[in-house]
Design a protein around this ligand. Sequence first.
Ligand SMILES: [Zn+2]
Length: 399
Amino acid sequence: MSQNSTAPAFDAADPVALTQALIRCPSVTPAEGGALALLGAVLTAEGFTVDRPVFSAPGMPDVENLYARIGADGPVLVIAGHTDVVPPGDLAAWTRDPFAATIVDGVLYGRGACDMKGGLAAMVAAAIRYRRENPQSHGSVAFLITGDEEGPAVNGTVKLLEWAKARGERFDHCLLGEPTNPANMSDMIKIGRRGSLTGKLTVAGVQGHVGYPHLAQNPIRGMVRLLAGLDASPLDAGTEHFDPSNLEVTTLDVGNPASNVIPAQAKAVFNIRFNDLWTPETLAAEIERRLREAAGNTVRYEITFEPTNAVAFLTKPGPFVAMVADAVEAETGKRPALSTTGGTSDARFIKNYCPVVEYGVVGQTMHQIDERVALVDLATLERITHRLLSAYFAAAPTA
Ligand SMILES: [Zn+2]
């Protein structure tokens, strides 16, 4: 432990008090801010074995992480998350101090309230309550917590998973506490994520005088043709659990300040969120095919793709997914949808080790000014997690 390991003054089984304590740790990526030290102290006091590996990479800040486990035998249910948060942005725009964790009318304000200190605190509180009530419970509860999810994600979950594997840790199932619900706690469990691929397209022309176009070649004309070719038909029609893949042109740049000059080149960047019909490689090949077809013999262009570790994946609905959905339904009265929408998450790394399901609080204000979470939602998530742990260790699912 790098910082004090004495248990805090509040009851760690109280999800609201624990969320407040975490928000008061200013852990903007890559700063640890005291958040992992706090969790380490809390979990140590409850009998967990806690490790705090620090990972490094050239040219990047060191990142602190946390691994905790209670129990010696299987099955192992690992709860994953992150304590780092995005910067608060314009402080003057916040109606409450982003690191004060103020409660107003049943709502807790602060950076990380929903993404994802609130969700993490509710799950830690639930695990603590479960283990206090069931000290002889068979199986193990583990926590895999990174301080590098909102940043480059290089010295975080990927290395923490490798580190745990090298120590002989094996996980049967994972619950990742990202905020998955659009509006209500009964809305949505995520059972997969789309992949992400970014392409950079450059079209070459010949610079010249607008009045003498036969001496020049306008790259914008070629760029328009290529982009129209990329957009001409849908990439696919979607699959059972995924929306259709989607390509968005995110920027188109010529940067030409003169209205009487034909520019020398045009650049565009696009990003594709793709479903489980594609890999980054097959998708890149399809994009290259469409560009070749649109370019014919007339457009000179270059296409490059940024390296990506965001592949599409699906945790097939089975006993574990059903167990999570059952717990949500039991506490909210409504069966949640099984979704693969939204951006990428650390689940894309965890899925290489064990089946992973994502469920957390309402994410409406994540990364926003006045990020906040309803106290009642924290209590609901604590109860859902407690219910899941009780069901899981009574009869662990086989898939
Ligand atoms: Zn998050």
